[in-house]
Design a protein around this ligand. Structure first.
Ligand SMILES: Cc1ncc(COP(=O)(O)O)c(C=O)c1O
Length: 391
């Protein structure tokens, strides 16, 4: 059975060229970039090249790129590093309830340290209310941290507006762009952001490596990991050279195919949505209809539990994710949907389909066939009548 992977917002397969670029770093080119001899210098050259590749993808200067262990660490460094460094200036940080746990839990830890965390509300599509944001900023606010694209429903935030607002009020702005870098254009020369997180495994690179963009002129962050002075003392520890080289190569490939990937994947996504709408009654779609990641479809079907649907699809070799998380044996509804005021009865009925480079036009028909079959089967078992579909 041909498998269809539709969970690219969770992670992506490593591109063959990325793997090829990484392999020599495990073999002969194993030097420590801090060593002064030829092997060390060769590793340093690899790091420098990767820094240039990542910088080029987001319109940055290489000195503005700090390598980390991934999106989670980049978010932690940006938020905690800024909050602690600017503690004397103020103790107020603004975020939202639709952020990734890497941001939400970092803010929660800061709250325990005595910081005051403000949450800006979102509308029913999960989009930030900019006038509410303006009202939340106080003289104590040092940082606004709001994501660029939502990993679950795909909604894009108005980060140009948010950044302008932050600048006008003298507040630093961090955006978690883990889901947008490589999917849509992200240019730090245009976007008014001071700090930006990205992660390799969301862009056909390896897991466990990412970067934080820190605009030149941003006050020094308090490092989270002290050590031998690597990454300009922003992040101690011998660099993950193979991973960083993989990130660099992934960034170079993403830059060269950005526009073609974006239009191809959004066409597939739109085609799939049309097929679902025309074939399966009682389908609901979430996220912003216009400002949305090109690859993401977040949807639910009346009378069909998301977990059950995901298992049915899994058995057909189609891999999607659900809007609920399993924790200690209980099913927890998504916080993102909660912030969007989606009723709890709907929350448990959702799945996320996130497309990527490997998906083909013909896959979309197989996916809508499998969805239709699974939805009908589940509804017939639970006695749900499609004729009684609420609008
Ligand atoms: C928006 C967002 N931020 C941060 C992360 C965490 O990135 P990483 O898995 O590289 O730690 C993810 C991963 O799912 C994400 O989607």
């Amino acid at each position: 059975m041909q498998q269809i992977y539709l969970d690219h917002n969770a992670t992506t397969p490593v591109d063959k060229e990325v793997l090829e670029a990484m392999l020599p770093l495990f073999r002969d080119a194993f030097g420590n970039p801090s060593s002064a001899h030829a092997r060390g210098r060769a590793a340093r050259v690899c790091l420098d090249q990767a820094r240039e590749q990542v910088a080029a993808l987001i319109g940055a200067h290489p000195v503005e790129i700090t390598f980390t262990s991934g999106g989670t660490e980049s978010d932690n460094l940006a938020i905690t590093g800024t909050a602690r460094a600017l503690k004397n200036k103020g103790n107020h940080i603004i975020t939202s309830r639709v952020e990734h746990p890497a941001v939400l839990n970092t803010c929660e830890e800061l709250r325990k340290e005595g910081f005051d965390i403000g949450y800006v509300p979102v509308d029913s599509h999960g989009r930030i209310d900019c006038s509410a944001l303006a009202d939340l900023i106080t003289d104590e606010t040092t940082l606004i941290t709001l994501q660029h694209g939502n990993s679950e429903v795909g909604t894009l935030q108005p980060i140009e507006k948010i950044g302008e607002l932050a600048r006008a009020r003298g507040v630093l702005f961090h955006t978690d762009a883990v889901q947008t870098v490589s999917k849509i254009a992200v240019d730090t020369q245009i976007l008014p952001v001071d700090l930006l997180s990205l992660s390799a495994h969301k862009m056909y690179g390896p897991k466990g490596v990412g970067a934080l963009y820190i605009r030149r002129g941003t006050p020094p962050l308090s490092p989270l990991i002290s050590g031998g002075g690597q990454e300009k003392k922003r992040r101690g520890g011998t660099e993950n050279v193979p991973g960083i080289v993989g990130l660099g190569k992934a960034a170079e490939i993403a830059q060269s195919r950005l526009e073609s990937d974006q239009s191809r994947v959004s066409e597939l996504r739109n085609d799939l949505r049309r097929q679902i709408e025309s074939r399966i009654p009682g389908a609901r779609f979430y996220g912003h209809p216009e400002f949305c990641l090109p690859n993401t479809l977040y949807l639910g079907f009346d009378g069909v539990e998301g977990q059950t649907l995901m298992i049915h699809l899994d058995l057909s070799g189609i891999f999607v994710s659900t809007g609920t998380a399993c924790s200690s044996g209980s099913i927890l509804p998504s916080e993102v949907l909660g912030a969007m005021a989606v009723p709890e009865s709907e929350m448990v009925q959702t799945i996320r389909i996130s497309l990527g480079r490997g998906n083909q036009t013909e896959d979309m028909t197989r996916v809508s066939d499998a969805l239709e079959k699974a939805v009908l089967e589940i509804r017939s078992k639970t006695g749900f009548s499609a004729g009684a579909v609420p609008k």
